[in-house]
Ligand binder design. Structure first.
Ligand SMILES: Cc1ncc(C[n+]2csc(CCOP(=O)(O)OP(=O)(O)O)c2C)c(N)n1
Ligand SMILES: [Mg+2]
Length: 902
């Protein structure tokens, strides 16, 4: 373009701009329509004009669109100062008292305004339902490291006293304490959501918001304006869990969800994106995913500078800087800021020449300006049709003098005397120097204007937060009769426990009492478990219904999606499914609904994949049933190494509230499910279940009736019962079997009797984990009560009178059954030799059929029988030469390599 052409074009451009500005000012909707039509047209004409996904580095909401702040700014500033002081003093004091106890001060200091605007004007403590009933308030996922600030607020509100704050991170001293981080297990009346393992809060918040809509769409809760607020750190967004599910929120139009990302540009060690701007990156990511993005970058004191004739240059300068520089501008003081930032352009230097140093350095970032933050929150709350993220730019360690914006600020636990004095002076804390140096807490009198103001704001918003309540639900557990059909056995029909479970699930869904409370959750594996019929029966939840005619609509079991569908079909996301399971499994406290979630999945992709979320579920006092399908390293055949699970029972045993079972038969499963509902929802035990399901078909035996029934049911629940005694003679060896391997043990029993005249009892072990827990508890009691009569663990009671070695075989690692060794591994009659021989599936899975897999892992009937003979020989109860011959005749190669690493 020639210079003259350029002038003409500039002229033309300003005419276009003027016309557009007029239109947009008159009607912003038409302005937006014009823009999108123009960009469509550009695309159609092949004009390469990418629509910007990242906007200019300034606040999203123009000053002209801002509403005035609804609160008393001076009052709130004073309150916030007290909050900051007490949060800091609490951590500081505790670390003086107990060096190394830890805590954080710089996260809350950067976040105080973001939380306070919410507490004073946005977060609702309750909602009123259509019939005037009081409903739970907003759900807030607090950034874990900011917990001192939340405690500090509860202190000012009078919910905690000084003594309680003095027990921050001192939980084991017989007094009410404060947990390091948000934790419903440790503070069950206060915190709702455990968040500090970073990434877990954001993903759970998304699925919580979705679950809220699910409950509304199913008519289980009334529709309200309730919001889910999730506070995240900018460093936290590097966790895959934080951003990995944001698409769900826009896809499902979750306008009840607000993310607030505290962009203080730092994480623990250093800048989040020293060489770039994290806010730009997050803006692009969220906008690209369909979120409403609101940037709150600059405080109102920047407004006049932007409005000046060099405002565009100022913005340009801002866009030249990366986060590492922004951090340095705060950390290195006003002279540096003036020289390095404004000094690049004489016009900018001139712009701030009349601003004194102490004011220059305090030019606020948006996240520290209540009015800017409020405007963003208000927009977020009013936004319809999708989720909102507020990207708030803040300073890490705000107000902490020498710790402000330093790389080391995250780890700051104590302040120097000078920093304490500076703090007091900067935030006008009305305490004398001496008290300040001692980090004395400060709470104005209950009738002071500040406390009255805080309380009035919370009263206006429906009550204090956070709060966790567990309302009485009056749930009645169904009796075992509910599962009568599966107690009868299947006759000659071969059925897998998975098939049986799916039939039970359908039956439960039909039940008039519990049907609507059952929440089936699947991660795209419903068909793997034969759940097509469930899909047809209750439909898949789809907030927009089914907008298409499914290709299989003419079939009985077509893919049915419904607005009030009951199944949560998550797609291929175990993390998302676990988050749904968490929302449903905690609904008893969050919504007062005793929901019974059943999350059915490939057991291999359970604990090892979402282990942290499973812990968070336990931390949340979650209830429900995790159903590990296609379980067992040799029972799931063909799939090989990455699918065959031989360790989930070891992993689940690490979680204190996880009750786990590895049932062999449908009646065992029935007894476990019924008792689980009773324990969780009637007894209100804060536990959840992990139960493995298998896909091997075999005849399902019946649960004996009469007196025997109760004894067997007890054995099933405690973890062991004798399934089949030796047909002839007293057993000299005992075979333990779990899951489908119980059938191998039964076959081994026949082999031993028929070929070797050895009598064996077969036991069904439904839970090594439960047996061990019981034994540990009894052992502890015995240890602490040496003068009282010794108690016996259940495993010892069950085995009373049973003599001889025990061969324990399962489709799991040997460590599963080894767990019982301390209580059974002692045989006086065999000279004190080891009694327990564990057979299991340690090692890498392999592709083949079950027969070959069981032979390979040495859990086949032949391997069990051989192990029994070998052990009897070692104990002097069988001829060693005959045992050696038996090993060969049973098809085992004594010199074959160990399958563990094969
Ligand atoms: C999963 C997980 N990994 C690591 C940590 C340890 N950790 C605690 S805070 C922190 C830095 C947090 O930075 P950011 O998210 O930006 O929060 P800020 O304190 O800056 O607001 C780290 C790495 C953790 N809590 N959770
Ligand atoms: Mg950060």
């Amino acid at each position: 373009m020639q210079p003259d052409d350029r002038n003409d074009f500039s002229q033309e451009l300003s005419e276009w701009l003027e016309a557009f500005s007029d239109l947009a000012a008159e009607d912003p909707t038409r302005g937006a329509e014009l823009l999108s039509t123009l960009s469509d047209q550009a695309r159609a004409l092949g004009v390469a004009a990418a629509s910007p996904i990242v906007t200019r580095y300034r606040n999203t909401i123009p000053v002209s669109d801002e509403v005035p702040y609804p609160g008393d700014r001076q009052m709130e500033r004073r309150i916030k100062a007290f909050l900051r002081w007490n949060a800091m003093a609490m951590v500081h004091n505790q670390n003086k008292k107990d060096p190394g106890i830890g805590g954080h001060i710089s996260t809350y200091s950067s976040q105080a305004t973001l939380l306070e605007v919410g507490f004073n004007h946005c977060f609702r403590g309750s909602y009123t339902g259509p019939n005037g009933e009081q409903l739970p308030g907003d759900f807030i996922y607090f950034q874990g490291h900011a917990s001192p600030g939340v405690y500090s607020r509860a202190f000012l509100e009078g919910r905690f006293d000084e003594k309680r704050l003095g027990n921050f991170r001192h939980e084991l001293r017989g007094e009410p304490a404060l947990s390091s981080y948000p934790h419903p297990w440790l503070m069950p009346d206060f915190w709702n959501f455990p968040t500090v393992s970073m990434g877990i809060g954001p993903i759970n918040a998304i699925y919580q918001a979705r679950f809220m809509k699910y409950l509304e769409n199913r008519g289980l809760i009334p529709v309200t304006d309730r919001k889910v607020w999730a506070f995240l750190g900018d460093g936290e967004t590097d966790e895959v869990d934080s951003l990995g599910a944001i698409g769900v929120a826009s896809r499902e139009k979750l306008d009840n969800l607000v993310f607030v990302i505290n962009c203080n540009l730092q994480r623990l060690d250093g800048p989040v994106r020293g060489n770039k701007r994290i806010i730009d990156e997050l803006e692009g990511t969220f906008r690209g995913a369909g979120w409403n993005v609101l940037k709150v970058l600059w405080g109102a004191d920047w407004d006049p500078l932007f409005a000046s004739p060099v405002g565009d240059l100022l913005l340009q300068r801002m866009e030249e800087c990366v986060d590492g520089e922004y951090q340095a501008f705060k950390a290195r003081g006003p002279a540096y800021l003036r020289r390095e930032f404004f000094g690049k352009y004489p016009e900018l230097l001139d712009l701030v020449k009349d601003i004194p140093d102490e004011q220059l350095i305090r030019l606020h970032r948006g996240g520290h300006d209540p009015a800017k933050v409020y405007n963003a929150y208000l927009r977020a709350m009013q936004h319809k049709g999708g989720p909102t993220v507020v990207l708030a730019k803040t300073v890490k360690g705000y107000g902490l003098a020498t710790a402000e914006a330093r790389n080391a600020t995250h780890s700051e636990k104590k302040l120097t005397d000078e920093s304490l004095a500076y703090f007091v002076q900067r935030f006008d804390i009305p305490i004398p120097d001496e008290a300040a140096r001692n980090g004395q807490l400060y709470r104005p009198p209950a009738d002071s204007p500040e406390i009255q103001y805080m309380l009035a704001r919370r009263a206006e918003l429906g009550g204090q937060l956070p709060i966790r309540r567990v309302p009485e639900t009056g749930f009645q557990a169904p009796s075992l009769d509910l599962f009568a059909e599966w107690l009868k056995g299947s006759g000659d029909r071969a059925v897998s426990t998975t098939m049986a479970f799916v039939a039970m699930l359908r039956h439960m869904l039909k039940d008039s009492e519990i049907g609507k409370l059952v929440i089936p959750i699947v991660p795209d594996e419903g068909r793997t478990f034969g759940m097509e019929s469930v899909i047809r029966q209750v439909g898949i939840y789809a907030p927009e219904g089914q907008k298409y005619k499914p290709h299989d609509v003419d079939m009985l079991l077509y893919y049915r999606e419904e607005k009030d569908g009951q199944i949560l079909e998550e797609g291929i996301t175990e993390a998302g499914s676990m988050a749904s399971f968490t929302a449903a499994g905690t609904a008893y406290s969050n919504y007062g609904l005793p929901l019974i979630p059943f999350y059915i999945y490939y057991s291999m992709f359970g604990f090892q994949r979402i282990g942290d979320m499973a812990w968070a579920f336990a931390d949340s006092r979650g209830k429900g049933f995790l159903m590990g399908g296609t379980a067992g390293r040799t029972t799931l055949n063909g799939e090989g190494l990455q699918h065959q699970d031989g360790h989930s029972h070891v992993l689940c045993g690490t979680i204190p509230t996880c009750v786990s079972y590895d049932p062999a038969y449908a009646y065992e499963l029935s007894v476990i499910l019924q008792d689980g509902m009773r324990r969780m929802y009637v007894q209100n035990e804060q536990i959840f279940y992990y139960i493995t399901l298998y896909n091997e078909d075999y005849a399902q035996p019946a649960l004996p009736e009469g007196k025997q029934r109760a004894a067997i049911a007890e054995g099933i629940l405690r973890g062991i019962y004798k399934f089949k005694p030796a047909e002839k003679g007293k057993a000299t060896v005992h075979l333990f079997g779990s899951g489908p391997i119980l059938n191998e043990a039964l076959r081994a029993q026949s082999i031993l009797a028929e070929k070797f005249k050895v009598a064996a009892d077969v036991w069904s072990v439904t839970s090594y984990n439960e047996l061990r827990r019981n034994a540990l508890e009894v052992e502890r009691w015995n240890r602490l009560h040496p003068a009282e009569e010794e108690r016996t663990p259940y495993i010892a009671t069950a085995l009373a009178g049973a003599k001889g070695p025990i061969i324990a075989a399962s489709d799991y690692m040997k460590s599963m059954s080894d767990q019982l060794a301390p209580w059974i591994d002692f045989t006086p009659e065999a000279g004190g030799k080891r009694r327990l021989v564990s057979l299991g599936t340690d090692g890498f899975g392999r592709s083949d059929d079950r027969q070959h897999l069981r032979r390979h892992f040495e859990v086949s009937a032949e391997a069990i029988a051989a192990a029994a003979l070998s052990k009897l020989a070692r104990d002097g109860a069988f001829d060693p030469a005959k045992a050696a011959a038996a090993i060969a005749s049973l098809g085992l190669d004594p010199d074959s390599p160990n399958p563990v690493t094969l």
